[in-house]
Design a protein around this ligand. Sequence first.
Ligand code: CAA
Length: 386
Amino acid sequence: MDFELTDEQRLIKRTAREFTDREIVERARENARNHHFDLELVKKIADQGYLGAIVPAEYGGAGLDYVTYGLIVEEIGRGCSSVRTVISVQTSLVCSAILKWGTEEQKRHYLPRLCSGEWLGCFGLTEPDTGSDAANQRTRATKTDSGWLISGAKMWISMGDYARVALIFAQTDPALAHKGLACFLVDTDQPGFKPQPIEHKMGLHASDTASIALEDVEVSDDAVLGSVGDGFKVAMSALDSGRYSVAAGCVGICQGCVEESVSYAKEREQFGRPIASFQLVQGMIADMVLKTEASRMLVLRAGWLKDKGAPNTLETSIAKLHATEAAVECANIAIQVHGGAGYVDDHPVERYFRDVRVTTLYEGTSQIQKLIIGRAMTGINALVPA
Ligand code: CAA
């Protein structure tokens, strides 16, 4: 594996960094304070090509590789995790699923609109009673003469209030367990599709999160993504991309924690000298650097495997587990370096601390990542009774 970035990758990373500093960092605090889902900013990231980075140009995307996509997501994640969530959901969970499983007609219909930001998409897998056990969908799809009727409820759906298209996972035949699941491309202006914002989150205040009631939502046969029965695989393959994106965003948070802490520690004086000169402060900075670099390498490895078309579920889970846990720890350490100043939102570390917490929960908890890793190492599925 070659860690050397190409000239093009370095340029794209630098451009994403400058864009983040110019457009995102400035607005992140105000948007978080005002709980504002910033559609104007979404338009700007779409215009940069960041909503369809891995989608081929023929479908309106930027046609980039996964490593380069990860570099962009890292930079955006350093600026604001709410904005990064838009990119992760739209690109990895929605576009990558349509790209992999869609018919030519579905790809031509949805991808250009999603890449341009004309439409937002959401990923309706999680339900009030179905989180880690994703195969156990309570939402039902019932066959009709002309298509399907979908009824149920979805929970914790990023962008559920703004999406124009929702990937809705539903059970078509409970007797078939996960092999009965189907994924439907649901236009959200259908009667019976009822999203509601979830309020009072700990973090990601500038990100939209919804619960969705589905009351006899009617869809046609050609709304099925993949085949009936493929739904679970559609979800898992999308999560292989989504977890990578979350991990890359967390490398950005780690990097932000290092940069903010170094800068603050060199300015802040105690005992007559900058706190950066104290060994215990340098120790905290070194701990953050270690976590950042290790996470970045794991994300690069997962991206490299994806670009080779090699199996990468294990390596993606390792990267997601490490980078999200590392970012939680870095945000905590960064506040320690900042002292009282880190406890208010004058410095981004306060927002990092609140925003990062969800990353070890969504797109598969740390415990689920450990079970995926454990199963790969032992060959034993800990979720199936012996
Ligand atoms: N790609 C394609 N297919 C896959 C796959 C992958 N990565 N992983 C598994 N599969 C296939 C398997 O090959 C198997 O196929 P067969 O039926 O043909 O044999 C099938 O799927 C079932 O696989 P498992 O036996 O591994 O399934 P499981 O029931 O044991 O579940 C699990 C495994 C890892 C626990 C899984 O349920 C899981 O990842 N759970 C966590 C769910 C999750 O991440 N939710 C996040 C919600 S989305 C979100 O947070 C978005 C948001 O809006 C913020």
